[in-house]
Design a protein around this ligand. Structure first.
Ligand SMILES: NC(=O)c1ccc[n+]([C@@H]2O[C@H](COP(=O)([O-])OP(=O)(O)OC[C@H]3O[C@@H](n4cnc5c(N)ncnc54)[C@H](O)[C@@H]3O)[C@@H](O)[C@H]2O)c1
Length: 247
């Protein structure tokens, strides 16, 4: 068990890769707080894991929700070792001139401000604990941005930059901070990236050297490695899980 006795928070854990990360962490011995804005989905994931999980409804764009979720986690499990900032949204793939101010504000509020606020909020508990690990879900969109996703791509560039900044700033506290940059992954969010044109999925797959989309478990496996003692000397990295797409 690679996460025995660890306590983890996973945001946006009701679906896609967040769900897979929460389930993988629990299988490896962690107690997991499943945070999700969609109550039904989050509750179902926590119930599926069983007694080593709690569900907390949390909108990461609201500081009061974040503080309440951390308090609920500490009350249930007593400490906090790992935070996975996974919750994220996109806008539909479209030209830059068609992206509204409201769409821009929404992606930044959740993908960047939410991640920033959550990180601020967990640092005191991790300091008390003598250290911790923060895993941010970035994207290949932040490394090799493609047309049609300008605001979303910019949020992931910000996530990568924050990851590196916080890795060096929090290293004296023994808090490691890394990001995963997944390529297009088979989750409900995928449709917003690919757009509706026919054959997009096949066209995209043809650009991935390993010849397929990522699966949520591919991302969960990397999130497990980064959170575990196997990665004890790893911080500030943006790790592509992309089948070679960014080469
Ligand atoms: N799917 C992809 O192709 C892909 C590729 C690279 C990176 N990502 C990133 O991976 C992360 C997870 O996405 P996914 O593909 O699993 O999508 P998903 O839609 O399956 O899961 C995202 C979850 O986050 C939740 N969420 C949204 N807003 C929230 C908020 N304000 N507070 C709390 N929870 C919220 C959603 O309800 C959903 O359950 C995101 O950060 C996304 O940007 C996805």
């Amino acid at each position: 068990m690679r996460l025995a006795d660890k306590v983890a928070i996973v945001t946006g854990a009701g679906s896609g890769m967040g769900r897979s990360i929460a389930e993988t962490y629990a299988r490896e011995g962690a107690r997991v707080a499943v945070l999700e804005v969609e109550e039904k989905a989050g509750r179902a994931v926590a119930e599926g894991i069983g007694e080593n999980a709690i569900f907390v409804r949390c909108d990461v764009a609201k500081r009061s929700d974040i503080d309440a979720a951390i308090a609920a986690t500490l009350k249930a499990f007593g400490s906090l070792d790992i935070l996975v900032n996974n919750a994220g949204v996109s806008h539909v793939n479209k030209p830059v001139l068609e992206i509204s101010e409201a769409e821009f504000d929404r992606v930044f509020a959740i993908n960047v401000k939410g991640l920033f606020m959550f990180t601020q909020a967990v640092v005191p508990a991790m300091r008390r604990n003598g250290g911790g690990v923060i895993v941010n879900i970035g994207s290949t969109a932040g490394l090799r941005p493609r047309p049609g996703l300008s605001a979303y791509n910019a949020t992931k560039g910000a996530v990568h930059n924050l990851t590196k900044t916080l890795a060096v700033e929090l290293a004296p506290d023994k808090i490691r901070v890394c990001a995963i940059a997944p390529v297009a992954t088979d989750t409900p969010l995928l449709a917003t990236f690919l757009g509706n044109a026919e054959g997009q999925r096949e066209k995209f797959i043809a650009t991935v050297p390993l010849g397929r989309l990522a699966l949520p478990q591919d991302i969960a496996d990397m999130a497990l490695f980064l959170a575990s003692a196997d990665a004890k000397f790893v911080t500030g990295n943006i790790v592509e899980v992309d089948g070679g797409r960014c080469v």
